[in-house]
Design a protein around this ligand. Structure first.
Ligand code: ADP
Length: 468
């Protein structure tokens, strides 16, 4: 048996709307036939009552004789009339033959509903009235219009045409829906190909011309392409990252191996080799620590020991610490620090943030240049910026400097790992802050970090954290 859940969407929609169409039209026909019938019966009864009452005016009496006006038609407009005297004998009139066998006894003001011999339904109405002292009966008879041929013909035609129309609607609708869903089939095909060939570069062909309707399916296809753009980008980044990590670790490792080989062979060279090995091992250790911080930040397990920190003091300390290093490159460090700015953060990590930016400013600064560290209060944030007048960053590279292992061509000649800014960004975000960079190539750069200011609520948060 075909299960509903296994049917295609086109088939399901077709089935549902056909059922809906059948139910709606069927109910409509039922209501129409019911109201049509009762209205027709109502009309037949009114006509009958009117004809009987009008007939009274056409009968008069002269002596013993009844005079029936020649205007009175005993059959008119479907209504039969007959006149009876008080003993129930028919004086004059017409009666349909099919009714004779089921004729009821005369009964004043009584409307009978009868089934005639031929199966038709009839209404029979009697009225007794006084004509100059004698009683006269008038009996009217009319066929129920509801059973009339027009209505039953209409209903029969509808009953025949209806399944045919439902079939045409179902088949026509199926093809229209199928056509509308063709981009979805294209979408499924592309998704299948991507998963089968592992080719993330594939996209759905989107007709971007103005005639193409911008409907839900178009939007879905565009979202699908957008999703694959992002996936491909992250996948490429991940691939680059892994190859960069292995490359960055392999280089110092091979230096360590070759230097230890030389040291074992040549006693005189041993000391020099040891110092190279030491330097490379430290570089590796730094790299591994950075990667660990990044991995923790990715996993959301970067642990911050947050407390109230005097950020102004912290920045001042970093300036004093970096000034002699900068001076060695003939760079002056200037500080414009607003005092008593406090934040709620991890001291070691905050130092790492500022130190890293200062370190870059010295590394990529200009000999004889100037580095300015400024700290001010701005809209609930501690706003710390480090600017230099060094090599600057090309506009097209400004977005990429946050990527792991990214180093611009000009900076490759200097020491570094390409991980510093990625870590700074992760640490700033862990503090609920943000970081941005502005730069003019050849003129200098400015990095600005914004960290939320300390507030009394932070203490409550810290206490709650400790209690947990
Ligand atoms: P690293 O300094 O180890 O190369 P970073 O992540 O700290 O790695 O920086 C990434 C890149 O951003 C650097 O290689 C450099 O090209 C650029 N950059 C960072 N800071 C500056 C700066 N102050 N001036 C110019 N370029 C910079």
């Amino acid at each position: 048996m075909i299960q509903m859940k296994n049917l295609s969407l086109t088939m399901k929609i077709t089935i549902w709307y056909t059922i809906f169409l059948v139910v709606i039209t069927g109910s409509f026909l039922l209501v129409l036939s019911y109201t049509g019938n009762s209205k027709a019966s109502g009309t037949a009864r009114t006509k009958l009552l009117e004809a009987v009452s009008d007939a009274r005016d056409e009968i008069s009496r002269v002596g013993e004789n009844y005079i029936i006006d020649s205007d009175l038609d005993f059959y008119e407009d479907g209504v039969y009339l007959s006149i009876y005297d008080d003993s129930g004998d028919m004086l004059e009139g017409r009666r349909p033959a099919s009714l004779l066998s089921v004729f009821p006894a005369l009964e004043d003001k009584k409307l009978h509903k009868l089934k005639a011999d031929d199966g038709e339904t009839w209404y029979v109405y009697d009225s007794l009235f006084d004509l100059d002292g004698t009683q006269i009966w008038i009996r009217g008879m009319v066929k129920d219009f509801a059973e009339g041929e027009t209505i039953s013909f209409m209903m029969k035609t509808a009953a025949l045409a209806f399944p045919l129309l439902a079939l045409i609607a179902a088949i026509g609708g199926y093809f229209i829906i199928r056509r509308s869903f063709s981009p979805v089939r294209e979408l499924i095909r592309t998704a299948d190909e991507i998963s089968h060939d592992s080719d993330l570069s594939r996209r759905i062909d989107l007709d971007t011309s103005d005639e193409t309707p911008r409907d839900e399916i178009y939007t879905l296809a565009r979202a699908f392409n957008g999703m694959f753009d992002n996936l491909e980008e992250s996948f490429e980044k991940e691939k680059r990252f892994t190859s960069d990590v292995s490359h960055e670790l392999r280089t110092p490792l091979s230096v360590i191996i070759s230097q230890s080989d030389y040291a074992m062979e040549d006693e005189e060279y041993r000391e020099k080799a040891l110092s190279i090995i030491n330097k490379e091992a430290r570089h590796m250790s730094g790299l591994v620590n950075m990667l660990l911080s990044l991995a923790r930040s990715d996993a959301g397990t970067l642990k911050l020991n947050r407390e109230k920190i005097d950020f102004s003091e912290l920045c001042e300390t970093v300036v004093q610490q970096q000034a002699p290093i900068a001076a060695a490159s003939d760079i002056t460090v200037k500080s414009e620090i607003t005092p008593d700015i406090t934040v709620f953060g991890d001291e070691t990590m905050l130092i790492r943030i500022v130190l890293n930016l200062m370190d870059n400013a010295v590394k990529y600064g200009r000999q004889g240049g100037l580095i300015t560290l400024s700290l001010k209060n701005a809209d609930g944030y501690a706003c710390c910026s480090v600017s230099d007048d060094g090599i600057g960053i090309k506009a097209e590279e400004l977005d990429k400097i946050w990527e792991r292992f990214y180093r611009s061509d000009v900076s490759r000649s200097r020491e570094g790992t390409g991980l510093g800014l990625s870590i700074v960004e992760a640490l700033v975000k862990a503090h609920g802050g943000s970081i941005s960079a502005e730069s003019e190539y050849g003129q200098g750069s400015r990095f600005t970090v914004r960290i939320p200011l300390y507030s009394a609520a932070d203490d409550t948060e810290a206490e709650n954290g400790e209690q947990k």
